[in-house]
Ligand binder design. Sequence first.
Ligand code: BGC
Length: 361
Amino acid sequence: MRKGLLTIAAVGLLTTGGLTACGNDDSGDKAADKTPKIGVILPDSKSSVRWETADRRFLEEAFKAAGVQADIQNAQNDKTAFQTIADQMITGGVTVLMIVNLDSGTGKAVLDKAKSQGVATIDYDRLTLGGSAQYYVSFDNETVGKLQGEGLSKCLTEKGAKNPVVAYLNGSPTDNNATLFKAGYDSVLKPKFDSKEYVKGPEDAVPAWDNAQAATIFEQQLTTANGKIDGVLAANDGLGNAAISILKKNKLNGKVPVTGQDASVEGLQNILAGDQCMTVYKAVREEAKAASDLAIALAKGEKKDTGQTVKDGDRDVPSVLLTPKAIYKESVKDVIADGYVTKEEVCTAAYAKFCAEAGIS
Ligand code: BGC
C-alpha cells in the first residue's frame, strides 16, 4: 500500500517535472514584464477542511520554495466576496490569479475580467465551465467517483448485504467536480441498479456541500426509506460524517457503509472506528506544486505543455490531472506516512486503540 502512495507521488512529480517550457508568451500579457505575484482565492473553509488545512499549507510551501510572492485568500462561500477579492488582487497587481470557483458563473466573470487586464489565470481543482483559464490543475475526478463506487460495493459485499438499498449524497450542484464524481460512481453502481443487484434509494445534491444541511437531508432520506438504507455514497468526508451522525442517532453506524473523500482527520477516524467504509486520498501537495509551477511559468510569460487537455465545450483546456487513491482501514497509515495528516491528529485518546489495531505506530 505504501508503495501505491509513493507511486502517486512519483507520478505527480513526473507530471509536474515533465512540464516543458515552450518559450515566451508574446500575447502582450503584463505577466511577462513583472516580478511574479500570485493571487489565490480558496472557496470556503467548511465544505471541506482541505482548503485551509491542506491547500493553503501546500500552496504556501510551494510558493515559498520557488521564492515568489503570493496572496492566498478565502471567499468563505460568499460569491460577492469572491469577486471583491479578485478585483482587489487585480488592482493590487497580481500577475497570475488562481481560483477555486464557487460556481461557474462568478468564476467566469472573475477569469474574464482578469484576462481583460492581462492577468494570467488558472482553474485550481474545479474547472470553470465556459471560462477562460489558461490552465486547469486537478485530479482525475471521474476516477475519484469510480473509487467511491467500487469502495461502497466492496464494503457492501463484506457486510454480506443482499439487494442493498443505496442512498446518494451528491456534492454541490454548482461544482463541476460533483458532476464528475457522480459520473464516476454511477459508472460502477448504475449497472448494479439496472440488474437489480442493488436498489437505488433516495438521492439528493447538497447545496454548497453544506455539512449541516447534509445531516438534515440524510435524516429525511432515512425517514423516506423507512430506515432501510444499506449503503451511503457520500461525495466527501464532510457529507459522510453528516450521514454517520444520523446513523449514530439511529444506532445504525458501523452497519451501513458510508463513503467519503479528502482523507480528512475526521474521515480517517471514522474509518478507523468502523463507521466509514473508505475515503479518497488526493495528494494535495502534488496538486499545489503543479499549480505553483504553472503559475510561476505564466508569471514569467512562459507557456508550458502539460501534455493533456480537458474539454470545456469547444475549448481544450491544458490540464494537469493527478491520480487519486482509495483508502481503507488498513491503508490509513499511508496517508500519515505521506505527511498529509499526522499520527497525533488522527490517533487522539478516543482512537488510540483503533490506531494500534490498524498498525499505526
Ligand atoms: C473538491 C473536494 C471537496 C469539495 C468540497 C470539490 O470540488 O474536489 O475535494 O471535498 O469540493 O469542498
